[in-house]
Design a protein around this ligand. Structure first.
Ligand SMILES: [Zn+2]
Length: 389
């Protein structure tokens, strides 16, 4: 089961649902269509939309996207309620994601239903939906699953399984789960049901990507992501970070499934739309994601990039950068730069310049121009003049 899930996982891309819950997100119809098209080009298997019950515009937009003829299946995420399910059906989406809270917090402070009522509601809505649309892809998810009683969760999942669903959802709504907990809960459910299992994980304590991959290892089949991870609070597993993780496990599979070079445009588009920058340390598309600095790293990278890179920047349309204007630089990296500039310097000369750069970097902050200027001077045989700044 572990290998199978890692080799046949599906991405449920929720930028148009969870992402709309990000504080800076206020997508227009045109924005939503651009996002849906870009995600479809990237190759995600599913695109999840905000509930049509949220607003009249949400309803219209869901209809537009459902009828756009995308390769990805279009889903909408609704409360487990007949009225919402009916509205969702009317949009023409290919699948409906039902959700209901099962933690004591949600039962007491949100919908106010006891566990038995939750089960009755779930069975009622599912039975109705199945009768209306036998071919619809239906998911049933609990909310805040990791602060729900495990016995309660399994009671509701088993009751739902008797009616029949395509997929069960487990949601770490508050970002409290750790990989061990995720493995335990997903594998427990995996033993009980045959349907797909979807994992939705928030990133409040930094475990979202690890939890998503662990869910797959435990037998989950579908993972929720959003571009840059945008969502409620600090969001969920980011599409790019999840892709980086899966690529690290099986690059050939990930290259085959998705058009990886589209990731940068996706990250940039969403960052612009929601008014944030791409973090410097972002997976794959952050400015430092493929920047190497230390001399010993640079030397090995120049000889064989895999020495210090598990992700090949070329596969993502990105380029590697070796930072050389600093005290940790090494002569192999400086030599590489002099070759780029076409300067005929001997190894001894390169070593001399490198020593000079290191000494100078102890005195002041250098940039690439300073390094280049020194290299040109050495090539001109004027190495003794002080650098002019
Ligand atoms: Zn969420």
């Amino acid at each position: 089961m572990e290998r199978m899930s890692l080799e046949s996982f599906n991405i449920i891309e929720s930028t148009l649902r969870e992402g709309e819950q990000f504080v800076g997100a206020n997508f227009t119809t045109d924005d939503k269509l651009r996002i849906a098209d870009a995600l479809d080009e990237f190759g995600v298997e599913y695109i999840e939309l905000t509930s049509p019950a949220a607003s009249p515009q949400s309803l219209d937009d869901a209809k537009k996207i459902a009828q756009r003829g995308l390769k990805a299946k279009v889903l909408t995420h609704v409360r487990c309620h007949i009225d919402d399910a009916k509205l969702a059906l009317d949009t023409g989406v290919q699948g409906i994601d039902l959700v209901i809270g099962t933690s004591s917090y949600l039962r007491e402070f949100s919908h106010g239903l006891a566990m038995q009522q939750v089960i009755e509601r779930a069975v009622e809505v599912l039975t109705w939906l199945r009768a209306q649309a036998p071919n619809l892809e239906i998911r049933f998810s609990t909310e805040d699953s990791f602060r729900s009683e495990e016995a309660d969760l399994f009671r509701v999942y088993l009751a739902v399984d008797r009616v029949g669903v395509d997929r069960f959802g487990i949601a770490d709504t508050v970002g409290i789960a750790t990989p061990m907990r995720v493995h335990q809960l997903v594998s427990g459910l995996r033993r009980l049901v045959k349907a797909g299992i979807e994992f939705h994980g928030h990133n409040d304590s930094g475990c979202a990507i690890a939890n998503a991959v662990t869910a797959l290892e435990a037998g989950a089949t579908h993972i929720d992501t959003s571009v840059l991870g945008i969502g409620e609070r600090n969001g969920i597993a980011p599409l790019g970070g999840f892709i980086a993780r899966m690529y690290a496990i099986n690059p050939a599979l990930v290259k085959k499934k998705y058009r990886l070079k589209k990731l940068r445009k996706l990250d940039e588009m969403i960052a612009n739309m929601v008014g944030v920058g791409i973090p410097f340390n972002n997976y794959i598309t952050g400015v430092t994601a493929f920047t190497h600095k230390a001399g010993i790293h640079a030397k090995a990278i120049l000889n064989q990039p895999e020495t210090y890179e598990i992700l090949n920047p070329k596969d993502f349309g990105m380029t590697r950068y070796i930072s050389i204007a600093h005290k940790l630089t090494g002569w192999n990296a400086i030599k590489d730069r002099s070759e780029q500039l076409g300067l005929p310097l001997s190894d001894d000369q390169i070593k001399e310049v490198t020593a000079h750069i290191k000494a100078l970097a102890d005195e002041k902050k250098l940039d690439l121009n300073d390094v280049d200027e020194l290299l040109y001077r050495w090539a001109d045989g004027a190495s003794n003049e002080p650098i002019g700044k």
